[in-house]
Design a protein. Sequence first.
Lengths: 250, 52
Amino acid sequence: MATRSDTFARYTAADPASAEIAPTAGRDRGLVIFGWLAFAALIITQVVAILMSPPDRMMGHTQKIMYIHVPTAWGAFTAFFIVFVYSLLYLWKRDRRHDDVALASAEVGTAFTAVTLAQGSIWGRPTWGIWWTWDPRLTTTAILLLIFAGYLALRAFTDDPDKRARWSAAVGIFGFINVPIVFMSVRWWRTLHQVQSTGDSVAGVYKLGLLLNVITFTAVMVYFILRRVAAARVERAAESRHEARMIGGY
Amino acid sequence: MPNASADWGWSWVMLAHGVTWAMLFGYAWYLSGRMARAREALDSEMKLENGR
């Protein structure tokens, strides 16, 4: 008859990293300080950008929405790139720690994409006179949101952690293909949306504020991903111990 | 051409910021709750494991 420790060892052999995770995981002091600094820097760069930039000749003060809209979209694209890389790594190495990072990035990317669409809509109403239009940039972004919302929903469909990680890795890789399409949509098709906000297309007076906010939004995004990874690891450790206890019948 | 007077557009800027900060603080709050529940689950699993 298998003993409790035999059963636990057998189960955790499939997920060795989970055996080392303690309930104190994620209480990393460095990460907490990084989070506070990232949020403080974001508030400062927003205030600086808003106060420093004069109203745009055509858009008035609504131009200032660019300081949150472009960095949020950038954060979402970066998060989905991380999903792509860690999904490939998972399929290659079959290490569940890679799946934790892909999941965390997909969740953060989805939240950022939803807010990007909301900000765009709020900007579009006074500027274009409409909340929404089936413009290629808007439509491809909405598709991106649906794909990654599907990625997150898919994970609830199976209790098998390997199957869950494998299925979501496939969707993560497939979903990322849409990111370059979203990015290039304003050049490939005739759109209402202006071209990408880059160093060449943004007026000099707005460049520094935009750059600073892209950096601070990225820092907040990285903080969110690291915190979500820590939570996913603790959840996985609890899950594998629970399974081992159920299998062992103790 | 839209109205480009000096005070034009602030309400839209505030609305966009409201949505953005709601997401940022809302997600941070959700993460704290998620982590607390995960720690509690792991803690109780370890207690059960050590109690036998």
